[in-house]
Design a protein around this ligand. Sequence first.
Ligand SMILES: [Ca+2]
Ligand SMILES: [Ca+2]
Ligand SMILES: [Ca+2]
Ligand SMILES: [Ca+2]
Length: 308
Amino acid sequence: MRTTARATAVVAAALAATAALTGVASAKGGSIGGSGPQYYLNDSLSGSANRVFVYGDPADEVFFGDFDGNGTDTPMIRRAGTFYVRNSLSSGPADAVYAYGNPGDVILTGDWDGNGTDTPAVRRGGVYYIKNSTGSGPADAVIAYGDPGDQVLVGDWNADGVDTLTVRRGGVYYVKNSISGGNADAVVAYGDPGDRVLVGDWDGNGTDTLGIRRGGTYYLRNSLSSGPAESVFGYGNPGDTVFVGDWDGNGTDTLGARRPVNPGDSKNCTDFRTQREAQAWFDYYFPYYGDVAGLDSDRDGIACELNP
Ligand SMILES: [Ca+2]
Ligand SMILES: [Ca+2]
Ligand SMILES: [Ca+2]
Ligand SMILES: [Ca+2]
């Protein structure tokens, strides 16, 4: 895509609407967002998880990808400039640890050279430093694409095995099929400007396409084009952080959700010094598990009213 001044002006209004979404999880490639160390994965496009495990700490920045090239997607934690890769969907120590980029960099992961293994790219504004290995050293490719404020998506849009970038501006997607700058190879309108978008190969044909999340409902489309969703289903809670991957290695991408671990009835109002502290704890867990500790006996949404 050409980032002319004219194009920039045209999309300025749309960008304002999408800026708040940039940090939201749910696009393959970037960090999944959210908090909590518990992961609920589903191998089919349906409502219930069939894999649940705990990995890392509640506040970790987490990515999912195929880091060992065996066909399944697994978690990777980033703490400052260090990455901790786990190659199975289970608790345990990291299988690989490496350093890349600066602590403040925005990181994307993808299979930039099509060898089956996902590796990192650093994004600095509209410039991407692509790395095809996890060793230290310079980037293998440096490309400029889109504008610094664009939301970027990673996927294999043309089924050639190579992940490339798509830039989103509102409800318009500028798809690039090579690791290079320049004009988009395809421009697609899909969904509404405020939609949360997901990327995945929902039908296992090798092509990544888009899906939209509205609350706890998912609308997946199997071609990169405007039109109705081919798959609609509910998953998790509206507040869940949801991400995409191929957990069982069958070639089809499905969903996962990240949540805090259920604390159970582990707190009383006397455990908090103030109502505000109690409310913060309540508000953190309530979207996932409800009032598990019984801090809101009159069910008005305000926890521990009698606390100072
Ligand atoms: Ca690769
Ligand atoms: Ca491709
Ligand atoms: Ca597909
Ligand atoms: Ca799968």
